[in-house]
Design a protein around this ligand. Sequence first.
Ligand code: NAD
Ligand code: 89V
Length: 342
Amino acid sequence: MMSYRGALIGCGFFAINQLHAWRDAEGVDIVALCDRDPERLAQAGDLFGIDKRYGDAERMLEAEKPDFVDIATTVASHRPLVELAARMGIPVICQKPFALSMADARAMVEACRVAGVPLMVHENFRWQSAIQAVKARLDAGAIGRPFWARVSFRSGFDVFSGQPYLAEGKRFIIEDLGIHILDIARFLFGEVTRLSARTQRVNPAIKGEDVATMLLDHEDGLSSVVDCSYATRLPVDPFPETLIEIDGSTGTLRLGAGYRLVVNGAGGREEVDLSPPLLPWASRPWHNIQESVLAIQRHWLHCLRNGEEPSTSGRDNIATMALVEAAYASAASHRTIEMASI
Ligand code: NAD
Ligand code: 89V
């Protein structure tokens, strides 16, 4: 099997997970790293034994000519870096949130399309094994035709210590976390025709909203509620689990805290523990996210090898980004937003 030579830009908080996962994935080596911050570059380079280190992305891509580049920087740098990769003809993965605006996202997708360069957004939550298991039950018809659902992420976990920038933006939970949960709703229930949202800020120490409640109409008639909170104090904090309730024409499905799946369908009752494996480099409670990083990166390699479009390609992610934009527009206007208008 051919081994791909990858390069990674942005050696911060989350990139460490990506580097571990690249080491576990088959048929790939990360041969070079780039970060503007020499300390972070040195830390990641030393931890993973990668000697080729750059402070400038263009210099790295020119010198190393990698088979792909993995962009793990925060959102403001995504458009210039994706367009750089497109100009240089290098397949590219970009972290979420993909772009600062719909116009940027569309321009990035177009740049890659024109250059013939594969583009995947690192939208990993749908790759969590519990979410994949829910999708498999729906596809198998375990509860008939789903007509109502709730996809919920409620926690009081301190995300600001590891990611201080999350406290600084005018936008917070929908842009950072809701984007994953909205993507799960799209993945499970299909495209959305209209959306209403309300937001609140409970934590006075941050600038953006930390609670969001969204109501989605899906194309096939299903209604879903997507709700997110980082202001919810529970006796056992489920961070970072996504909880799911689905009612279907012949049964119900519940993914509860502790990764407990209960399916009550025409075929009987199934109760199963979907706890993700704790990979050797993973740490609780992040392990389901960490497992999904390995899964999405393996998926990228599979797609590169087979010339397939990734499940979360740039093109696909535009629809998830549109849900984020619609949610902010609805929360600001208290109106229902038609997705066709975004
Ligand atoms: P971070 O600030 O810890 O790290 C980003 C790094 O990128 C920094 O070291 C910075 O110096 C570097 N950088 C920025 N612009 C650069 C440029 N042009 N060239 C070279 N280096 C550059 O951020 P983080 O918490 O690791 O988040 C990075 C991204 O990952 C964000 O978009 C965040 O939303 C996303 N994220 C995703 C998940 C997930 O589950 N998918 C989880 C956490 C964070
Ligand atoms: O997955 C993420 O994007 C993270 C977190 C789980 C903290 O929201 O930023």
